[in-house]
Design a protein around this ligand. Structure first.
Ligand SMILES: NC(=O)c1ccc[n+]([C@@H]2O[C@H](COP(=O)([O-])OP(=O)(O)OC[C@H]3O[C@@H](n4cnc5c(N)ncnc54)[C@H](OP(=O)(O)O)[C@@H]3O)[C@@H](O)[C@H]2O)c1
Length: 245
């Protein structure tokens, strides 16, 4: 087998960047995607400084054409796809009576619709990898609010529940193709996304992006007969989040 390859969305910061770093360490060729080009450029340059083989594709993953372009550019550059990480996501806190349609659509399109479309676009190459080693992997970043609905974060919670359900469905549908899927369900992780809550929940008490990345390293090493449908990550004593996250 030549160099394996991975595609990571939302890889310009936080959890996605930590997973991309881990995959680089493991020798994967990488396509990294995220919305803002300048931020993604800086992240990709950092990965290349570590000696990793990286291409970046910037764009809004709420847009179908961008998703098609990311998948196509990955295929063109690497010719194979062993690991797909659907991690890009956004969250907006709003009470149900005040929901802003634009924010509802942003969360649905980024957190959920993009994952459906990435599976569709990437299925051919994932199936080739699955036929080769029976261990193609798709990691979908959900949230602990994908397990327990949260007030104020109702739409975000609904999208993240959708990620868990879609992941379960993919494990049934793609079982014969050597493609395994895992939903990651963390509580508060110390990333830019949780900046709004760090006044109340100190960053140093949060789960680290590296914690999440190490779990994906483990997933890479499971045998073809072992599927991990989801992993929950909690702060000590934590269950549901205190109203947010
Ligand atoms: N931090 C937490 O406590 C926590 C907990 C549970 C789950 N999660 C989930 O973890 C994932 C990663 O979040 P994070 O905490 O690492 O936050 P982050 O540092 O803000 O990273 C989010 C990433 O997603 C990208 N992104 C957002 N909207 C996008 C769009 N429309 N198109 C393309 N890329 C887009 C961002 O790029 P730009 O910055 O350019 O937009 C960035 O690369 C998300 O799915 C989030 O819901 C986070």
């Amino acid at each position: 087998m030549g160099q394996r390859a991975a595609l990571v969305t939302g890889a310009s910061s936080g959890i996605g960047l930590a997973i991309a770093e881990m995959l680089g360490e493991e020798g994967f060729g990488l396509t990294v995607a995220a919305r803002r080009a300048d931020k993604l450029q800086a992240a990709a340059d950092g990965l290349r400084d570590n000696g990793y083989d990286v291409q970046q594709v910037a764009g809004n993953l709420g847009d179908e054409d961008t998703i098609k372009a990311v998948a196509a550019q990955h295929a063109e550059r690497f010719g194979r796809l062993d690991v797909l990480v659907n991690n890009a996501g956004v969250g907006f806190g709003e009470l149900v009576g005040d929901l802003t349609t634009k924010k509802v659509d942003l969360q649905l399109n980024t957190n959920l619709r993009a994952i459906f479309l990435f599976y569709r676009e990437c299925a051919p190459l994932l199936k080739v990898a699955g036929a080769e080693h029976a261990n193609a992997l798709v990691v979908n970043t959900s949230s602990i609010s994908g397990k327990v609905g949260e007030a104020w974060l109702s739409v975000y919670s609904a999208t993240k529940h959708g990620v868990v359900g879609f992941t379960q469905a993919m494990n049934k549908e793609l079982a014969g193709d050597g493609i395994k899927s895992t939903a990651l369900c963390p509580g508060f992780v110390d990333t830019p996304m949780t900046a709004f809550v760090k006044e109340h929940v100190p960053a140093e008490t949060m789960i680290t992006p590296r914690d999440i990345a190490e779990s994906v390293r483990y997933l890479l090493k499971t045998s073809p007969g072992c599927v991990i449908p989801e992993i929950q990550f909690l702060q000590p004593g934590g269950g549901a989040l205190p109203g947010i996250g």
